[in-house]
Ligand binder design. Structure first.
Ligand code: ZN
Length: 225
């Protein structure tokens, strides 16, 4: 992908970061500065976003290393401001393999969340959830919540989320692959329509954004096969 530079490699897989990622870091630094006005807050904000993206890299490694077990190599992992992408050389042949590869990513975030919960439990570090804000409150508890969010978000049964691949794999166990993709894409577009409707009537720009994202993902996947 153009405009991306190598960060290094993990388990023989190149990890790249896209240039637009710098915009995200600048945006985070500026919002922490505006909200709290101290260098310490800005450093903590940047540390948080980097910790979050470390979790995203582990999630993508979950996909990549599971795919490797089925003989599918990963070209690279690219970090974009909206998340990470593990670019597999191909889609695993058996639907059950695609299912494992898709589930492995969110499973990594479940493990991270469990480790963080154990840590907060051991250190007595829990805070009341209403005291947490997007920029303030317990670092590890916010990281835990973000991991839970990543699991739920990725399990939405629509492309390009992992849930879309899980759905296709389940359908492909019962029907032909192309047909399974079409059905999964249609379900994704129906969901996108629902999100869009809820987002517009409830004036929730985040839902409208997801709707757009899912709609594009569904049509791309449908034309790919
Ligand atoms: Zn994933």
């Amino acid at each position: 992908m153009r405009w991306s530079s190598n960060l290094g490699s993990l388990f023989g897989i190149t990890v790249k970061v896209h240039a637009t990622f710098a915009l995200l870091l600048i945006w985070v630094a500026v919002s922490y500065w505006n909200e709290q006005g101290t260098v310490g807050a800005v450093v903590e904000g940047l540390a948080f976003i980097l910790a979050l993206f470390a979790c995203v890299v582990l999630h993508e490694l979950g996909h990549a290393l599971t795919a490797r077990r089925f003989g599918v190599q990963t070209r690279d992992i690219i970090l974009l401001p909206i998340g990470g992408v593990a670019r597999l050389e191909s889609i695993p042949e058996e639907p059950s393999q695609e299912l494992w590869v898709a589930v492995a990513g969110p499973a990594v975030n479940v493990v991270i969340a469990a480790v963080l919960a154990a840590w907060l439990e051991l250190t007595d570090g829990w805070m009341p959830v209403e005291e947490l804000t997007t920029t303030g409150g317990s670092f590890f508890q916010r990281l835990l919540l973000v991991n839970v969010f990543l699991v739920l978000f990725n399990l939405i049964p629509a492309f390009p989320m992992d849930g879309g691949r899980v759905l296709r794999a389940l359908l492909a166990m019962r029907m032909e692959y192309v047909r399974a993709t079409q059905v999964a894409a249609s379900i994704g577009q129906a969901l996108a329509f629902g999100f869009g409707f809820l987002g517009l009537t409830g004036s929730n720009p985040f839902l409208v954004f997801i709707a757009f994202f899912v709609w594009i993902g569904a049509s791309q996947e449908a034309t790919m096969v």
